[in-house]
Design a binder for this molecule. Structure first.
Ligand code: CS2
Length: 496
């Protein structure tokens, strides 16, 4: 793209209604964010900007990319400015956001990132690093310690992982007595606050040096508020940048597009203050657990269902998958018959109505959220999205038929061929183990199910040993293998 680029020098040329509410440089940093992906820019950055515009406070965000450099450079060239385009059938609305006051690339200078996290001005640390970056075993939530992490924790290697960076930062903070801080996971993990506390606790237990003193300091000075975060934010495409340019009259290489809907439920446990996020519509609460479980099971669970079924049936997008004959009826029954009885929803919330509203959002005709994007990292997502529902239903003797269909769709997906024979890539940190479990697999569906449920890092032993469940999954896998997704959904959705 040629021509002028979005930056502090050019932003006043942007149409008045699209200008940022606050400007980088006017607000001192108070938040460090790990994970510079599209979701952060369209979610926490927007909430924080609106909160600061409404109620003030030194809550600029320094956004750190733990891995990739591309966005760091794009945002640095734009003084932290980027735009969010909200898209649905009714049209598009683009606005520049000024919440990000600095960017860092962790691999380029890890010690600068550790120093930033340990700076007394940093009072809140938020994370959107995706499930796999916590290095947890998906089935149990225990930290997976490999030699590389062990070396980081022992101080023999530069911190490169999220647990390594956090432990190094907390140790530095404890030594300098830099004041309390909240570490806030904004990833779709179950009980994400507890899981992050567990990561830090287990990592500190393996750390060398003055780890015992650091642990004491952490227990008195660090909180781990749980959160439920929600907004559909597909990976940006060239079309996202073209739309941003048309709306702004300037090139924006860090533009994102998202659905208009957004929600944030946050446990209000911030020992050194926080932005007035409630002024931007966030719900501050004592316990985000009921919201989080509802969202993971009735929204993300259905998302994953549509992703696996859709990708097998040759659908590019989630909206297209939802249009397959029978698909909507099947996922509605999944929510009503399997998810709803597994949950105690937040007061006044109907699981079925929540599920229907999620489907209406998935039907957004212009957002173009790809089935492949949602299908990736299935081993990290399946437990909290599907298997916890299955376990809760099986514990009371239920027969989670529709959840079993989703597990079967995932199993067919990891076998690597769509219904039309096209190859499906497996983008998953456990790809090697999954392939090994399937090795030489020309087996009948029941044997495939037996091989895959033995992946203990994904399936808890009580599920792997549950014959009723294995049979349910195998029946669906047989149907999907014989008839394909389209015919299976058409018949199941019609109640046959
Ligand atoms: C999706 C989520 O990619 C995925 O796995 O299910 O990113 C989903 O779009 C968000 O959680 C919606 O809030």
């Amino acid at each position: 793209m040629t021509g002028q680029r979005l930056s502090l020098a050019t932003v006043d040329r942007v149409p008045a209604g699209a200008r940022p509410l606050v400007r980088p440089g006017e607000v001192s940093p108070g938040i460090v964010h790990l994970g510079l992906g599209a979701f952060h820019r369209a979610h926490q950055a927007v909430y924080t900007e609106e909160a600061v515009a409404a109620a003030g406070g030194d809550w600029g965000i320094v956004a750190v990319s733990p891995r990739r450099r591309l966005l760091v450079d794009a945002l640095a060239a734009q003084d932290g400015l980027f735009s969010v385009t909200s898209l649905d059938g009714a049209g598009a609305r683009t606005r520049v956001v000024g919440a990000i006051s600095g960017v860092r690339h962790a691999p380029a200078d890890p010690s600068a990132v550790v120093a930033l996290l340990a700076d007394p001005a940093t009072r809140v640390v938020t994370l959107t690093v995706t499930e796999k970056a916590y290095l947890l075993e998906p089935a149990t939530g225990r930290l997976r310690v490999d030699p590389a992490l062990r070396a980081e924790l022992a101080g023999q290697a530069t911190p490169a992982t999220v647990p390594g960076l956090l432990v190094a930062a907390l140790a530095a903070r404890a030594r300098a007595d830099a004041g309390p801080v909240a570490l806030v996971s904004c990833d779709n993990l179950p009980a994400n606050g507890h899981r992050l506390a567990g990561v830090v606790g287990q990592a500190l237990a393996l750390a060398g040096g003055d780890a015992a003193r650091v642990r004491d300091w952490v227990s008195g000075n660090v909180t781990f508020p749980g959160t439920m975060v929600d907004r559909i934010v597909p990976a940006p495409t060239p079309a996202t940048l073209v739309a941003a340019r048309a709306a702004l009259g300037l090139a924006d290489h860090a533009a994102v597009a998202a659905e208009p809907f957004r929600q944030w439920v946050v446990e209000d446990a911030f020992p050194a203050g926080r932005p007035a996020w409630e002024a931007a519509g966030a719900v501050l609460t004592r316990d985000a657990g009921p919201y989080e479980r509802l969202k993971l099971r009735a929204l993300n669970g259905v998302h994953s269902a549509l992703a696996y079924l859709g990708v097998l049936a040759g659908c590019e997008t989630i909206a297209e998958a939802l249009r397959l004959p029978g698909a909507r009826a099947v996922v509605e029954r999944f929510v009503a018959e399997d998810v709803a009885p597994s949950l105690d929803p937040p007061d006044g919330v109907s699981v079925v109505a929540y599920g229907r509203a999620a489907l209406d959002r998935f039907a957004n005709p212009v957002i173009g959220h790809t089935t492949r994007q949602v299908a990736m990292d299935g081993s990290q997502k399946l437990p909290q999205r599907i298997l916890h529902t299955v376990a809760d239903r099986r514990a009371v003797g239920g027969s989670p038929r529709w959840a079993a269909l989703v597990v079967a769709a995932w199993m067919r997906f990891v076998q690597g061929r769509a219904d039309d024979g096209r190859r499906l890539p497996l983008d998953d940190p456990l790809a090697g183990e999954i392939r090994a479990a399937l090795a030489g697999n020309q087996r009948p569906p029941a044997a495939t199910v037996d091989a895959l449920v033995r992946l203990r890092r994904v399936f808890a032993p009580e599920l792997a040993e549950d014959e009723v469940l294995r049979k349910l999954i195998a029946e669906w896998l047989d149907a999907l293998t014989r008839h394909g997704v389209a015919a299976t959904l058409a018949s199941a959705g019609a109640g046959r």
